[in-house]
Design a binder for this molecule. Structure first.
Ligand code: ADP
Ligand code: MG
Length: 578
């Protein structure tokens, strides 16, 4: 590792700005340096939420004395050799600005030793003034101490938040790095107390348990996806587990944590209608793209990136998430249902295994043992999850009560109908056209002048959804056909709502984005609102329909279709067990 000072030309191309905004930013920069130096152990110790001191020690490759001397200079980096490197950044750092920036606002001490150096060297910088380098005793690696951050910039000190807040930023910074580098041992201490100690693990899932804790981690399923040079893998929550904010939504690009609108949007779009409005999933997404495909030199703290082919990335990520969720809905791991996002105690909304879990050969070959024994193929005709339930009856005109293999199952018949209708529509839409029914007697829908104008522009789009309309006088349209799925009735309301919905959709790409919402609108109107007693065969048909579709556990607005109460929970409710 040889450090050099970047040419003025290179330095001027580097996104300038505030690198050290708060103690957590310094922690982040130091950890990045340790990771870039191939450390496998990184110990962080802070006092008074980092305002009094921050120490980061690693067992990485250290710095030779001449490198150490340069490291604290501006634009001194070992990570960019030639100009083109700036466009294919493979390291976490690249600007050579962290150490000098930190050194200018604190009392910085760097102790470092490279593997073949006889001793370590110590170098101090205080308020930007570099001291003399002195030999000292230390193991191979680097240990950096920052004291009294912002001691000479009172304005910045004043902007620091409450100690608990600053500490939580530090924890977040450590946790994000830890998620991306499960093979590295991270330890964080605050005021002498160990806050986190994540020993090195081989499996990212184990790191997830360390960082998120058991309660959350066990609810997440691993996914893995590849398309050409793009790969996406990580962990995600399936439907019933959700949160009121994006706290558990983490996106990484080439192992760098980023807050990227495109990625977040793509992830949420992948969830489509599985979440209620305002709810967020737990997702840890690791996206890997060729280094040349992503520009990380756009934000001073390197929290943002720019993709060369943004829409491809967006589409790929949304697809990866959607496929993972579909897979999860079909073959939930043992974790499913373990987590309750409802405030009920004892009762939970469950993402249950449903449908046939017969795996298809190319995706999941049956395990073979030395090519000698092959597992027998699964029994072909297994009963679906929903169909296998015994229907006990219907209550309050809207809930089916069933006996499931786990215990008691309650199904919201409206939510179930909506989800079934929605999935049918989506399939038809994917196949090119929605099945229509012609009306023997066209219905008319009266519209305001504004609605008339809007509708005129949306006729084509509406046709794709199954609505065939023709002008009928100056202030009305005649409805000739509607989606076959809609029951007999007055269609003017659904048409009016579609027109209002489509008002915001001006281009066809926007339409794709909002397609799900439109389909949900139609699905919603396809359900008979009034509470109605169902015949036994209608109930059975509904259950078997649920087995035929993806995502049968939530209605298109994200409400649960099913609530299951297990034997355990019943026993707890009746205080048979405590
Ligand atoms: P950058 O990481 O952008 O190169 P920094 O100011 O963070 O800039 O660090 C400057 C240089 O100091 C790095 O390029 C690296 O060579 C060296 N360095 C910093 N921290 C460490 C460390 N923990 N271990 C080894 N080398 C380090
Ligand atoms: Mg750095």
């Amino acid at each position: 590792m040889k450090i050099q000072i970047l040419s003025d030309e290179m330095a001027s191309r580097i996104a300038a700005g505030e690198v050290v905004e708060r103690p957590a930013s310094a922690v982040k920069e130091l950890i990045e340096n340790s990771l870039d130096a191939s450390a496998t152990e990184i110990f962080i110790s802070v006092e008074k939420s980092g305002t009094s001191s921050i120490r980061v020690s690693d067992n990485g490759e250290g710095m030779a004395p001449e490198d150490l001397n340069l490291a604290v200079e501006r634009h001194a980096t070992s990570k960019l050799k030639v100009d083109e490197d700036l466009f294919r950044i493979a390291t976490l750092g690249f600007r050579g600005e962290a150490l000098p920036s930190i050194g200018s606002v604190s009392k910085l001490q760097v102790v470092s030793r490279s593997p073949n150096a006889p001793t370590a060297q110590k170098l101090c910088v205080e308020g930007g003034k570099k001291g003399e380098m002195l030999p000292t005793a230390a193991a191979v690696g680097t240990s950096i101490e920052i004291k009294d951050i912002f001691f000479n910039t009172p304005a910045r000190r004043k902007f620091l938040k409450a100690p608990a807040t600053e500490l939580s930023h530090i924890c977040d910074a450590v946790n994000r790095m830890a998620l991306a580098y499960p093979g590295v041992h991270f330890r964080l201490e605050h005021d002498g107390r160990t806050v986190a100690d994540y020993v090195s693990v081989n499996d990212g899932k184990d790191r997830l348990y360390q960082v998120f804790g058991r309660e959350i981690a066990k609810g997440l399923a691993a996914f893995d996806w590849r398309q050409g040079e793009l790969t996406a893998h990580g962990f995600l929550s399936s439907a019933p587990l959700s949160f009121p904010n994006a706290r558990y939504l983490h996106t990484f690009v080439n192992r760098r944590y980023v807050r990227d609108k495109v990625l977040t949007h793509a992830v949420l779009q992948g969830y489509e209608t599985l979440l209620m409005k305002g709810q967020y999933p737990a997702v840890v997404l690791f996206l890997n793209v060729p280094f040349g495909e992503v520009d990380v030199n756009v934000h001073p703290a390197k929290f943002e990136v720019r993709f060369r082919r943004q829409s491809d990335v967006h589409e790929a990520v949304a697809r990866a998430i959607r496929q993972a969720l579909r897979q999860e809905a079909k073959e939930p791991g043992p974790r499913s249902g373990a987590i309750s996002s409802s405030s009920f105690s004892g009762v939970r909304e469950v993402a249950l295994p449903y449908g046939l879990s017969a795996r298809t050969a190319p995706d999941n070959p049956a395990p073979t043992y030395g090519n000698v024994f092959t597992l027998p193929p699964r029994a072909a005709a297994q009963e679906g999850f929903y169909s296998s339930m015994r229907v006990l009856g219907q209550i309050l005109g809207c809930y089916l009560v069933c006996a499931s293999s786990q215990g008691l199952a309650l199904i919201d018949q409206h939510a179930a109908h909506e989800r079934v209708a929605f999935e049918k529509l989506r399939r038809q839409m994917d196949a090119g056209e929605v099945a229509m029914q012609n009306l023997l007697i066209p219905q008319t829908v009266r519209l305001s002048a504004g609605e008339m104008m809007l509708l005129e522009q949306k006729l084509d789009i509406l046709r794709r959804f199954g609505f065939d309309l023709e002008p009928f006088g100056p202030d009305a349209y005649a409805i000739h056909s509607v989606p076959a799925l809609l029951p007999e009735g007055d269609y003017s309301q659904v048409v009016r709502q579609m027109v209002a919905d489509l008002a915001e959709v001006d281009t066809s790409s926007k339409l794709r984005e909002h397609l799900e919402d439109r389909l949900a609108t139609i699905a919603c109107h396809s359900v008979i609102r009034a509470n109605r007693m169902l015949e036994m065969d209608e109930m059975r048909a509904l259950l078997s329909d649920l087995d035929q579709i993806d995502f049968a556990t939530q209605c298109p607005h994200g409400r649960p279709v099913l609530i299951e109460i297990s034997r355990d929970e019943l026993e707890r409710m009746f205080k048979r067990v405590v």
